[in-house]
Design a protein around this ligand. Structure first.
Ligand code: FDA
Length: 399
């Protein structure tokens, strides 16, 4: 049998978590190899944040994460905070800015973050190989890996292969399959941070609003999982609904459930309507609503649901009807756009089988799972990268 090349640590997956783990372990003097099947490293980092990588969030806390075991992420997040990553970004002279709500983006390109990780890996003498398929993993005292480039062995094996979203960027179910191979439970996976699709009739009603954006308070969940509300923008698209408010609640939504969209999040609409009816009775409803909604949206809403009466002609019952269509607007999406466009995968390797200090598997010593493959999923706004950095760091300190 041919001789294997021996490393202290092999990491499968050269994304955010894998590279952070690699540079951390390399800095400790460990001999580290990173393997990736894609043609280049950090593809999701490169495409993230619209090409500017929202690399962390200054206000990230464990409350920004979904997991079947919400306490699991606390240890790693508290030991590697957004400020630790910001210090690293600053030490590389990378210019950045806060866009909103604590979300930090590169001023230039996401490439800055990939270069940072690669420079750190290079200084720590980490070896990285792309276009490598891992064909088989066997456990002996350590691990033996049969790959498309030959045999490798290691003491510690770290799985950082991410989730299922954007398959054309190299996403695969490898990490889940490997977890099952070693007897671990993988919690049901589903697309998160993903636009909603609508049935044909609703789409026909709303399609000419495609491109219109409006601030809403969007709420979802509460059936078989947690419930959450986000005050952010909603965007009408030619397939359904998107925008940050929708992406956020999509992670809480379950098929068949309705979402609640308050189109007037800053108004007690009933009071506003009654007051306007007294003070400006000749005004038409559409004109009043245009004070808060874009003209196209106010127009379409009146055409579809509300009519365009003069305020003086509206009874209390008419006011109640307006409220029923706007505050909140109850909408039942037909589905989501799925992994094709989702930013993240919810579910994954059950955290109850991992140490929250080190990410090591309790039942298989030397085997670690980090990043998105684990059942920890962040809100939109830099939290997912913060989890990748923190979990990668936690494992990198001990492998
Ligand atoms: P990641 O997916 O980054 O890396 C996994 C690596 O494993 C990849 O390099 C892949 O090729 C490799 N791999 C997979 N299967 C393999 C196999 N069988 N063999 C070998 N290698 C394999 N988050 C955020 O915080 N801010 C943001 O701005 C964005 N923006 C964003 C935009 C878009 C379009 C998407 C799809 C996602 C985001 N995200 C984000 C989410 C963020 O990209 C994601 O949570 C992290 O990249 C997860 O890091 P990981 O290292 O766990 O997986």
């Amino acid at each position: 049998m041919s001789q294997s090349q021996a490393y202290d640590v092999i990491i499968i997956g050269a994304g955010a978590a894998g590279l952070m783990c690699a540079l951390t372990a390399g800095q400790r003097g460990r001999r580290v190899l990173v393997l990736d099947h894609a043609n280049k490293v950090g593809k999701k980092i490169l495409m993230s944040g619209g090409g500017r990588c929202n690399f962390t969030n200054m206000f990230s806390t464990p409350d920004n994460f979904l997991s079947d075991n919400p306490h699991f992420c606390k240890s790693a997040l508290s030991r590697y905070t957004p400020w630790d990553f910001i210090a690293l970004v600053e030490s590389h002279g990378i210019p950045y800015h806060e866009k909103k709500l604590g979300q930090l983006f590169c001023d230039r390109k996401s490439r800055d973050i990939v270069n940072l990780l690669l420079h750190e890996c290079q200084s720590a003498v980490v070896e990285i190989m792309t276009r490598i398929s891992v064909l088989e993993v066997i456990k002996d005292e350590g691990f033996r890996l049969q790959t498309s480039a030959g045999l490798y062995s290691c003491e510690s094996l770290v799985i950082a292969t991410g989730g299922l979203s954007i398959p054309k960027m190299g996403a695969s179910g490898f990490g889940y399959d490997l977890a099952r191979q070693f007897g671990l439970t993988v919690l049901e996976t589903r697309a998160g941070l993903v636009p909603f699709t609508l049935d044909e009739r609703k789409l026909r009603d709303l399609s000419d609003l495609s491109g219109v954006s409006t601030e809403v308070e969007a709420c979802a969940g509460g059936g078989s999982g947690p419930h959450a509300c986000f005050r952010e923008n909603l965007l009408f698209t030619h397939r359904g609904l998107s925008g940050p408010a929708i992406l956020q609640v999509s992670s809480y939504w379950r098929p068949g459930e309705a979402v609640e969209l308050d189109l007037f999040p800053a108004q007690a609409l009933a009071d506003t309507l009654k007051q306007a009816r007294r003070e400006t009775p000749r005004l038409r409803l559409k004109s009043l609503l245009s004070n808060w909604l874009s003209r196209r949206l106010a127009e379409r809403w009146c055409e579809l649901y509300l009519g365009n009466p003069r305020l003086a002609d509206m009874s209390d019952k008419d006011v109640e009807d307006v409220i029923a269509y706007c505050q909140p607007w109850q909408l039942r999406p037909s589905g989501t756009e799925g992994y094709r466009t989702a930013e993240v995968t919810l579910g994954g390797v059950d955290t109850r089988q991992l140490s929250s200090q080190t990410m090591e598997c309790r039942s298989v010593s030397g085997l670690y799972f980090i990043g998105e493959v684990v059942d920890v999923t962040g809100h939109l706004g830099g939290h997912n990268f913060q989890w990748a950095w923190a979990s990668g760091r936690a494992a990198g300190e001990v492998v």
